[in-house]
Design a protein around this ligand. Structure first.
Ligand SMILES: Nc1nc2c(ncn2[C@@H]2O[C@H](COP(=O)(O)OP(=O)(O)OP(=O)(O)O)[C@@H](O)[C@H]2O)c(=O)[nH]1
Ligand SMILES: [Mg+2]
Length: 683
């Protein structure tokens, strides 16, 4: 029997890099009996960081799906990567759950990704609980971090657990909801049952219990009345009111513990069951019209052996094995042979998964991340995950000649798995560009191409796709004449070049009066000109932004041919172009940088040195958003620079805005360089 929606909890575990999410998920699995030993990140033995690259780098690179049973409930836990380069999976996970579990370091407190995911959870109206981890570390301070959560995230954050002792003196935690304590299970054991709260903590426990009750009754009038009258409230009553408050986003309970030692996990499991709303209580995070079965694919695993695995959340109805389903985007029928329950890298076949649950399906033909699977064809509106656009691009080439196709196929597969990895060919420079969210993100993709698809590739700084244009009208003749033995070649044309507004476009206007060039040869002139325009004479960049008037010419009845007129067109263009005051154009990007206030001066100064033009600044909650227009050529290596200026707290994205003339002194350098390259290529 599948779990009823009322007995499921879906929780995305999110937070900043290295706060202990994977360790916490491991400990929760162990404590609940879903794993029979407590794996560690250091030894690469956790359930959720099962991928080789994750183990080598000791960090999560993609989301892992795990689940435990606790108090007769099924808790689905999605362990997400904290690194910003890999946040695509965290963003997708936050789309398919009712609850987010924020893991925060008791040393570091609120960090960049904490705030960013908090904002996302806020936008999606998710119920949130927090776990202040690493209480055992030096300089850990639960109460300082609690204040930081209240001032930087929300003043509705309230402690449900507090530590007994701190740093190396840490003994355990107190559960303020059930008024009991848990002690450090030494040596990676399971946590044993609750014990009594140490007597010497009474005053502190009373203080924080009162804060908790105040926050909870605040959200429930009937309870508030009885509380004020001095009546004793039962744990069940408080728990129920707490869950209602968490469901509505009126309280954010803050738990604590030591993930790597499995301390605080019993109370955390209780909190997930008692504090986080079920799919039945909260309703599907994505709504799809029309009733029946619907499931949303939020993750795809490209396994080179097992093929494609799609991970889904059941929005409504039941996903049954051995049935037919419809992919709503592709309007295609797919065979759903097996429904799988996922535990890290393990996939276990189950007969069906009910509404609200999370599972996977293997070997669908066309299904991708973001797709909706239905039991029957009907029109639905496609939900959006909202993946960020890639910001870092590298030119990529295979190490071995002839591996181009293999490389492209491998990158396509990686892109299915992680839509924030993209490849495209730059029309102008002809380079294959591999883009991602950070340098490390792209480097991991390169590692995976090798380990999974057996293609070795190299990354280079991409070329800037310069363009050329003209600034003046000019006129020239192109005359091609060849007389060798038998039939000769003859073509002759006069053209006028006129600049077009905005340096864009190309027009060819036939102004020939009478038949000085026969109708049939005129398109050849156009063709010859366009071929010459593909590599401008300044820097070999494509030329655009001009109108060609074909005004005059002559022909020969025997010797003229299309070929001859094509060459004449190209000659005419080259000589007219030289006289038309040609100029180099460069792409200008619209850049948006988010930086902490104290780094704004440095960021602006740096943008200035990159020929950036400031467009505006907007402070928001300790961070400032800076908008600027910057030439692409100056911002190819921005990621590293921003990281060092902001201590890793900065973030940026950019997109192409328009082409502009390159300032003369810089243009000359680019032109000289292009000439040099051309010379070298000839040798
Ligand atoms: N002392 C101490 N170390 C911990 C604790 N929890 C985790 N660690 C260690 O901190 C490091 C990072 O832990 P992870 O569980 O990988 O953290 P994460 O949040 O999953 O990291 P990303 O997936 O990269 O974002 C590992 O070396 C853990 O062993 C804790 O409570 N106390
Ligand atoms: Mg992790």
């Amino acid at each position: 029997m599948p779990f009823e929606p009322g007995k499921i909890r879906n929780v995305a575990v999110v937070g900043h890099r290295g706060t202990g999410k994977t360790s916490l998920v491991e400990a929760l699995l162990f404590q609940a009996g879903a794993a029979n030993r407590l794996g560690t990140v250091e030894s690469g033995s956790t359930v959720s960081d099962w991928d080789e690259d994750e183990q080598r780098r000791q960090m999560s690179l993609s989301a892992s799906i795990c689940h435990v049973e606790w108090q007769g409930r099924k808790i689905n836990l999605i362990d997400t990567p904290g690194d910003a380069g890999f946040q695509g999976d965290a963003i997708a996970a936050l789309r398919v759950v009712e609850g987010a579990l924020f893991v925060v370091s008791a040393v570091m407190g609120v960090e960049v990704q904490t705030s960013r995911h908090w904002q996302r959870a806020e936008d999606a109206d998710l119920s949130r609980v927090l776990f202040v981890n690493m209480l055992d570390r030096e300089r850990a301070d639960f109460f300082r971090v609690l204040e930081a959560l209240r001032s930087q995230l929300s003043d509705k954050c309230v402690a449900v657990h507090i530590p007994i002792g701190v740093e190396h003196e840490l003994k355990g935690i107190v559960d303020l909801l059930h008024m009991q304590a848990y002690l450090d299970p030494e040596g990676g054991q399971r946590e044993s049952g609750p014990t009594e709260i140490p007597a010497d903590m009474q005053a502190q426990v009373d203080e924080y219990r009162e804060k908790l009750l105040d926050a909870v009754v605040e959200t429930d009038e009937a309870l508030m009345e009885r509380y004020l009258e001095g009546q004793e409230l039962s744990t069940e009553e408080v728990a129920k009111a707490l869950k209602d408050a968490v469901t509505r986003g009126e309280v954010f309970p803050v738990a604590c513990g030591v993930a790597s030692k499995n301390l605080g996990t019993t109370a955390m499991l209780d909190l997930l069951v008692e504090g986080v709303p079920s799919p039945a209580k909260k309703g599907a995070p994505i709504s799809v019209d029309g009733g029946g079965t619907a499931a949303f694919v939020f993750k795809t695993i490209a396994d080179p052996f097992a093929g494609r695995i799609n991970v889904f959340r059941v929005l409504s109805g039941t996903m049954k094995g051995d049935s037919a389903i419809v992919n709503a985007r592709a309007h295609s029928k797919e065979r759903l042979s097996q429904v799988l329950q996922v535990q890290g890298k393990e996939h276990v076949q189950v007969p069906e998964l009910g509404e609200g649950d999370i599972g996977a399906v293997a070997k669908l033909k066309e299904t991708q991340t973001g797709d909706v699977l239905l039991d029957a064809e009907r029109q639905i509106e496609a939900p959006e995950i909202g993946f960020p656009e890639p910001v870092m691009s590298f030119a990529v080439t295979p190490k071995a000649k002839g591996d181009e196709e293999k490389m492209a196929a491998g990158i396509r597969r990686l892109g299915e798995e992680d839509p924030t990895i993209q490849m495209r060919r730059d029309q102008q420079t002809g380079e294959q560009l591999l883009s991602g969210l950070s340098q490390m993100h792209v480097e991991v993709a390169v590692d995976r191409l090798k380990s999974r698809f057996n293609v070795e590739v190299e990354l280079h700084q991409p070329r800037v796709p310069y363009l050329e244009t003209i600034r003046k009208e000019s006129r020239a003749q192109g005359r091609y004449k060849k007389q060798t033995g038998g039939r000769g070649q003859f073509g002759d044309c006069h053209i006028v070049l006129e600049p077009l507004d905005g340096h864009q476009g190309y027009e060819f206007v036939d102004k020939i009066a009478g038949g000085v060039i026969p109708q049939s040869f005129r398109p050849a002139v156009d063709k010859g000109i366009q071929e010459a325009m593909a590599h401008g004479e300044l820097a070999g960049a494509p030329v655009q932004g001009l109108r060609v008037l074909l005004v005059d010419g002559s022909y020969h009845t025997v010797d003229s041919s299309e070929m001859a007129f094509k060459i004449a067109g190209s000659l005419a263009f080259k000589s007219a172009y030289e006289k038309a005051d040609p100029a180099l154009l460069e792409p200008i990007m619209e850049l948006e940088v988010t930086a902490p206030e104290e780094a704004v001066g440095a960021v602006n100064g740096d943008l200035n040195s990159r020929r950036g033009r400031l467009q505006g600044m907007e402070p928001r909650g300790g961070m400032t958003t800076i908008k600027a227009e910057v030439p692409m050529a100056e911002i190819l290596t921005y990621s590293q620079a921003l990281t060092s200026m902001t201590g890793g707290r900065g973030d940026y994205h950019m997109h192409f805005l328009r082409y502009e003339e390159v300032p003369a002194h810089i243009a000359q350098k680019i032109i000289d360089e292009a000439k040099k390259e051309k010379e070298e290529a000839k040798v």
